[in-house]
Design a protein around this ligand. Structure first.
Ligand code: MN
Length: 281
């Protein structure tokens, strides 16, 4: 594999005025099947996050929220509630439909992390909603050769991530010391990316030339076989994802991701008529 391209993302806001940078799910990078969207948030100013994400619906996919700094409280229409803090990951299967809020559990300080949307195949889009709270202490860490690798989903060496993923994916957080080499070998046909959020890495592009990804940016990988990148002089921290493409039509409308326009219309109709799980009709 090689670095196909390096993307800066697009600054936008979502929820009640939360400032974020959309790395996947824009005109620069529509999707990396099965990954529909990747938002990166990093704000010291409470004004840029305090509004949070008040009640909103989802249907047809999963959201994975990775916290690096700060605390976020979620509440949902099935009665689920929890707080995720630094190092924690929350995995939500929206499936047939859920309404939830994601609100800061702090009024000052840094709020930093990611939210990744993972698509579900047609057969699982209407699955029962559910949450997996993957607290920091349940996420195994592998340390070797200047790397610290946190395994959220899938495997790395002998470590298995705690996430139960409906779509075959691997998610890692990797911290690299200066000049350390990161080598990954996704299964043939899987798509992969990394989002670098501290430092820099250098790897080869399609022509075999050096390509440098500086934080913050998204590197889209392509090709077959292993990929190796070297951390720069200040080291690197990155969020790595790989997954088996679902290869189905994608119809998106805001918080709903289905296969067809008709299913989107049905989702809006069901939501407006109180048919989501736990929703007051
Ligand atoms: Mn949400």
């Amino acid at each position: 594999m090689h670095i196909e391209r390096i993307i800066q993302g697009i600054e936008t806001s979502d929820g009640d005025g939360v400032r974020l940078t959309r790395m996947i799910g824009t005109q620069l990078c529509d999707m990396i099947d099965p990954f529909l969207m990747l938002d990166r948030f990093d704000n010291d100013d409470p004004g840029a996050y305090i509004g949070g994400f008040p009640d909103h619906p989802h249907r047809g996919f999963e959201t994975v929220t990775v916290m690096l700094d700060g605390r976020l409280r979620h509440r949902d229409s099935t009665g689920g509630e929890g707080v995720i803090g630094p190092g924690d990951v929350q995995w939500m299967t929206a499936g047939q439909g859920i309404i939830h809020s994601e609100m800061p559990e702090q009024i000052e300080g840094r709020m930093r992390g990611f939210q990744l949307w993972v698509n579900l195949p047609a057969a699982l889009k209407m699955a029962k909603p559910g949450y997996q709270d993957l607290t920091q202490d349940t996420i195994p860490t592998v340390a070797h050769d200047g790397l610290t690798v946190r395994v959220i989903a899938g495997t790395y060496q002998d470590a298995h991530g705690p996430a139960i993923a409906r779509t075959p994916i691997r998610l890692l957080r990797i911290d690299a010391e200066p000049n350390a080499t990161i080598t990954l070998d996704p299964p043939a046909g899987h798509n992969a990316f990394f989002c670098i959020y501290e430092g820099s890495v250098v790897g080869e592009d399609a022509a075999g030339r050096n390509a440098t990804a500086e934080a913050p940016s998204l590197a889209v990988l392509n090709g077959d076989g292993p990929v190796a990148v070297a951390a720069g002089p200040k080291g690197a921290a990155l969020f790595y994802g790989e997954g088996q493409p679902i290869n189905e039509p994608v119809a998106k409308y805001g918080p709903f991701v289905m296969n067809t326009q008709q299913e989107l219309i049905q989702a809006v109709h069901d939501y407006q008529n109180g048919r989501f799980v736990g929703q007051a009709a």
